[in-house]
Design a protein around this ligand. Structure first.
Ligand code: ZN
Length: 125
């Protein structure tokens, strides 16, 4: 499988393979990189998903009409980001979310095929 619906082969090495997956909403911010790697030390296959996550949705200032509402919202946004920063600093992790939409059977099959193909490839099957 070199390419199929919204899934493209990115790289292929001896013990790893990676794919690019496009979200069904076609927003570039939701693109996903799937990295599948053979892990000989633990005799397993590791799958990593790389995706950009964003805090931009908290910056929707135009919804607050009045200038004081915008200022208050801006302060809330900055305060929220400060809290997130401190959580990362002192706890070492945060939980964020990002959408990745699979909107039909063909795209789902392509996604599953990429995972299966990658697993078989790195295991030499
Ligand atoms: Zn999307």
């Amino acid at each position: 499988m070199k390419t199929s619906k919204r899934i493209t082969l990115l790289s292929q090495y001896k013990d790893s393979i990676s794919y690019f997956a496009k979200c069904a909403c076609v927003a570039n911010a939701h693109d996903l990189m799937i990295f599948i790697e053979k892990d000989d030390e633990y005799n397993r296959v590791n799958i990593q998903f790389y995706i950009d996550v964003e805090l931009n949705k908290y910056f929707e200032l135009w919804n607050y009409g009045h200038i004081l509402g915008k200022v208050k919202h801006f302060i809330d946004v900055v305060w929220n980001r400060i809290k997130i920063t401190f959580k990362v600093l002192f706890k070492g992790h945060i939980t964020l979310e990002q959408d990745f939409i699979i909107d039909d059977e063909e795209q789902l099959d392509a996604f599953i095929n990429a995972l299966n193909e990658g697993r078989k490839y790195v295991k030499g099957e």
